[in-house]
Design a protein around this ligand. Structure first.
Ligand SMILES: NC(=O)c1ccc[n+]([C@@H]2O[C@H](COP(=O)([O-])OP(=O)(O)OC[C@H]3O[C@@H](n4cnc5c(N)ncnc54)[C@H](OP(=O)(O)O)[C@@H]3O)[C@@H](O)[C@H]2O)c1
Length: 374
């Protein structure tokens, strides 16, 4: 490639966006422009440590900000934060809404973007056969939009202007060693403990370190195999029993998983917040707004019913092996790497890092303690 291609990124300072920016900049083949509400954050500064970062200060809830982000860019990676908007509004922001609720995909096309990647999660409600107990707002909003975007990509009039791809992730495996997550670790009587209502299910965890390579592969293969493709990224379908056994082997400390009751877990993990909206800017009085309890009740049910890569959420591991031969393929491999990385960075071993006083934030959302307003 002669000069770097400019990629516009929404969600760049987030857990998922950081490895995407890192990979794109370090390749030397891409330049980035990011939309952020705050260029003073530590995470924005981290992006700058990987290379020059053009910024647009604004919000994905503004047509002006979105246009300024996309204008003149060759590519776009868009991961709209559904935990800000809530399910209903995420759908508007992802395609096109009314009043100030604008569209990322449509505006990217209008502004001349040539290749668009939609940051996605599984449309589990559809994959379950539209069974209401599996309707989880924060994942279905993205999954619905993936279907919509891929349908537009089949239209000749669209294909001649912009091609699209979908990048689908599962829960980040880093959340198993993080603070304020659906399954945070605890240390009880010297035993590393995870309480999670997963029964005989499994979680198709995604490793954030791998995310950048997959997304860059999509950009590298624009105009070819990536056009109209849904690329799904997971390490493996992991049971928490497997996780605890691997942790013992890698860390050399006792570990266990306790399969707790779902309703009990929703109350214990989120406490008084469980009945507030799953998206911090969603209107609590809107009947379309899901609470954290409703959202994560369905979310855990989805993974309870995804064991052995045979249930609701399935993955094409052969495609992943081809796209990224060096990908992380097991929970043991991820734990080994994460242990070594932590030691190198001076964070201590995984055992040190899961002590309550050392737990770090995976999501910018929880680090910022965001509550309300763009
Ligand atoms: N947690 C998981 O395991 C997981 C797995 C797959 C997908 N996801 C999905 O990923 C999305 C969140 O991304 P993340 O995981 O990277 O979370 P994160 O670490 O909390 O980051 C949130 C990102 O969204 C940006 N953002 C939020 N509101 C914005 C607004 N109004 N305008 C512009 N940017 C805004 C933030 O940018 P600034 O703060 O810099 O403005 C930040 O880059 C959610 O939809 C979630 O469902 C999560």
């Amino acid at each position: 490639m002669s000069s770097p291609r400019l990629v516009a990124i929404i969600g760049a300072t987030g857990a998922q966006g950081i490895p995407v920016v890192r990979e794109l900049l370090q390749s030397g083949n891409y330049a980035v422009r990011v939309l952020t509400r705050d260029t003073n954050s530590d995470r924005f500064k981290e992006l700058q440590s990987y290379g020059p970062v053009e910024s647009v200060i604004g919000t994905f809830a503004s047509e002006e900000s979105l246009r300024a982000t996309f204008r003149g860019a060759w590519g776009a990676f868009v991961n709209i934060d559904g935990f800000n908007s809530g399910e209903k509004t995420e759908i508007f922001w992802t395609i096109r809404g009314t009043f100030f609720l604008c569209s990322a995909w449509e505006l990217a096309l209008e502004e001349g973007v040539e290749f668009y990647v939609h940051g996605n999660i599984d449309y589990a409600y559809k994959k379950s056969g539209f069974r209401p107990e599996f309707h989880c707002g924060h994942i279905d909003a993205k999954g619905r939009m993936a279907d919509w975007i891929l349908a537009q990509d089949k239209e000749a009039a669209v294909r001649s202007r912009m091609r699209s791809a979908v990048f689908t992730t599962g829960p980040y495996i880093e959340m198993t060693i993080g603070r304020a997550t659906p399954f945070p670790p605890s240390v009880e009587d010297g035993v590393a403990t995870w309480r999670a209502p997963l029964a005989d299910g499994a979680v198709p965890f995604t490793a954030l370190d791998d995310v950048g390579v997959y997304v860059m592969w999509l950009f590298d293969h624009a105009g070819g195999e990536a056009d109209g493709l849904e690329l799904q990224a997971s390490i493996a379908h992991v049971t928490f029993d497997e996780y605890a056994r691997a942790f013992e082997k890698v860390v050399g400390k006792p570990a266990r998983w306790i399969d707790v009751d779902l309703e009990e877990h929703l109350g214990n993990n989120w406490g008084a917040r469980a009945d507030s909206p799953a998206g911090y800017n969603a209107d609590p009085n809107d009947p379309a707004t899901m609470t954290i309890r409703q959202n994560f009740r369905a979310w855990f049910r989805v993974y309870q019913n995804s064991g052995g890569n045979k249930g609701i959420v399935q993955r094409d591991y052969a495609l992943m092996d081809r796209v990224f031969p060096g990908r992380i393929r097991s929970v043991g491999e991820w734990l080994r790497r994460e242990n070594e990385n932590g030691l190198e960075k001076g964070l201590g071993s995984l055992w040190d890092r899961i002590q309550p006083e050392n737990l770090g934030h995976v999501l910018k959302l929880s680090e910022d303690q965001r509550q309300g307003k763009l």
